[in-house]
Design a binder for this molecule. Structure first.
Ligand SMILES: [Fe+2]
Length: 579
């Protein structure tokens, strides 16, 4: 009997921010990684050549075995939108126009050519729309057979938002909202106004919001954005510059707000905190109205939600609590990196029936003991190798006595959150722990909270109405806040990751051990990287970050490294750019 050959689809997202590659084998995502993890350049947007090769290598196949390469958007349509909008604002848009034309004609337009050249691919290409890729990632990665979907982001080709249905294995769009009327752009405009970087500082704006009061909601709605009952929006373009310049906002915007945009890294006054709270409130109103409209139009019980805006955990909490949908699923890489997963799954499901399987968040590489040991030996690091029980026992003991532990286990996470495989863990009971971690490694803004990871079966003892939080994309209100003070935010909420033994056994077991010692099944979980650096990928990266920071314990697989036993280890560091 002939053995049937497997079908491989390689998904790629590139040229905006967070490039990534994903490999789907017979309809299942078997490996995916962001280019930044391999190039060590944060938010690397180049063609993900290293990520694509990594996927092939992990699967043990050559490029010739890939049937199709699926790209996450339609480059010509995107170029058309850029040209059309910039030409319509000529001559104000002359400089961005020149820059756009140059970079697109030189590189971005020739996606298939570039991919063929870099990867030696000779097969066919498949192109999904940008929002179709977001929708596909949300739908095909979900546990639902039938649902509505919503995508919200800055912009793809023309669409900034879309919704539709997922049934009979098909993602069907009902409507879309076009550029420049974009909720993502609106939020990013305020991100820039409050002194943060567009496309990466949106988290910071969200983190800042609970420190303010939303007293500028009417000001924003009276001047900048009209929100219809169905959640669609219209931006008042005379205040924005993103469609015809390199900045998001103009001086008229600043005049309406009554203060100039805050310069990066400057002291954040109450005014900017109030602005953050206000735009967060406006965003939540848009999301809720849109969701209600989708519910009315589709009648579906469940929602698959994707796009960069779906990473806003506070808005997600409001959406969950509204009860508009019974369940909401958001894929861990719901931003553009996850577009690689979405387009590959869409391509693979064109003529296949789907077996429901939630796409896991851990899709990178699991380094073997030999690889970890080689890295340790190369840098002459003193370490101990423990058995499985002792690793958990000793790590839990160290955590309980106040050590901050870098925890490197299994495969890398796909998406922006560390979910316990490339994490820094710490005891959540002491509120001082936040400052300690910041001093040791993160050097990030004081107002930004750290997040908790909790054993799923005990989560309700600490968080109200908690559910569906394996991917750390929802906030919940803490109920036993004093026991986990270091990871509860200003407004009493926390961005929770729930974990079960099926999802991540090693982390679950560690939490269980920690609970035996401390009485609390919760740990602080923050990503294993320094500010301005992508999450660590390899043992080599882990050692560089560990020895380049104030962290005192590193656990990689079953190997434990204590800083105090290694006073002389020096590893050549990389230059970090603050984000
Ligand atoms: Fe997007």
């Amino acid at each position: 009997m002939a053995v049937e050959e497997s079908t491989y689809i390689l998904g790629i997202s590139a040229y905006f921010h967070d490039s990534a590659a994903a490999l789907v084998k017979d309809g299942k995502v078997i490996v995916a990684i962001q280019e930044e993890r391999l190039t060590r350049k944060k938010q690397d947007s180049r063609l993900p050549v290293k990520a694509a090769k990594f996927c092939l290598e992990q699967a043990g196949i050559s490029i010739n075995e890939v049937q199709k390469i699926a790209y996450y958007e339609k480059p010509f349509q995107k170029f058309e939108r850029l040209l059309e909008t910039q030409i319509s604002f000529y001559p104000q848009a002359f400089f961005p126009f020149r820059k756009t034309v140059k970079s697109w004609l030189r590189e971005k337009l020739w996606v298939p050519h570039n991919i063929r050249k870099e990867l030696g691919f000779k097969g066919e290409f498949f192109y999904a729309g940008h929002h179709e890729s977001h929708a596909a990632a949300a739908c095909y990665a979900s546990p639902f057979n039938e649902a509505a979907f919503l995508t919200l982001d800055g912009v793809g080709e023309w669409a900034c938002a879309s919704f539709g249905t997922f049934e009979n294995n098909e993602v069907k769009q009902i409507a879309q909202q076009n550029y420049p009327h974009s909720v993502g752009m609106l939020y990013s405009a305020f991100t820039q106004y409050c002194g943060f970087r567009v496309n990466s500082g949106e988290y910071k704006l969200m983190g800042l919001a609970p420190y303010g009061t939303p007293q500028y909601v009417d000001l924003i709605k009276d001047n900048f954005v009209t929100i219809s009952d169905d959640g669609s929006i219209e931006l008042n373009l005379k205040y924005f510059k993103f469609h015809r310049g390199m900045r998001m906002i103009n001086s008229k915007f600043e005049a309406v707000m009554g203060k100039p945009a805050l310069k990066p890294e400057k002291h954040i006054s109450t005014f900017y905190k109030d602005v953050a709270a206000s735009i967060q409130e406006v965003l939540e109103e848009i999301v809720l109205k849109t969701a209600q409209h989708i519910k009315d139009r589709t009648g579906k019980e469940y929602l698959c939600y994707g796009g960069g805006v779906a990473l806003n955990c506070k808005a997600n909490q409001r959406l969950m609590e509204s009860g508009i949908f019974e369940e909401i699923f958001i894929y861990s890489a719901s931003g553009d990196a996850g577009g690689a997963v979405g387009t590959a799954l869409l391509c693979a499901n064109q003529d296949a029936s789907r077996e429901i399987e939630i796409v896991p968040s851990y899709l990178g590489k699991s380094f073997g003991s030999d690889e970890i040991e080689t890295a340790l030996e190369t840098h002459k690091v003193t370490y101990s190798e423990l058995d499985d029980d002792s690793v958990l026992e000793q790590t839990a003991e160290l955590l309980n006595s106040g050590s901050v532990v870098a925890w490197f286990q299994g495969r890398d996470e796909m998406g922006p959150r560390a979910l316990g495989n490339r994490s820094i863990l710490a005891n959540p009971s002491d509120v001082e722990m936040r400052d300690r971690i910041n001093e040791m490694i993160k050097f990030r803004e004081q107002f930004r909270p750290f997040a908790p990871v909790v054993m799923e079966d005990q989560a309700q003892d600490f968080f109200k109405n908690v559910r569906n939080a394996n991917e750390m994309l929802f906030t919940f209100d803490a109920v036993n806040a004093e026991k986990i003070a270091a990871c509860v935010h200003q407004d009493g909420s926390a961005r929770v990751q729930t974990v079960n033994a099926h999802q991540n056994k090693r982390l679950y077991d560690l939490l269980s051990k920690f609970q035996e010692k401390s009485g609390v099944p919760v740990l602080i979980n923050t990503s294993f990287n320094r500010r301005g650096e992508p999450m660590v990928h390899s043992p080599e990266d882990a050692l560089r970050t560990f020895f380049g920071s104030g962290l005192d314990i590193l656990v990689m697989g079953n190997f434990m490294v204590r800083k105090e036993e290694n006073p002389d280890v020096k590893i050549k560091d990389v230059r970090l750019e603050l984000d």
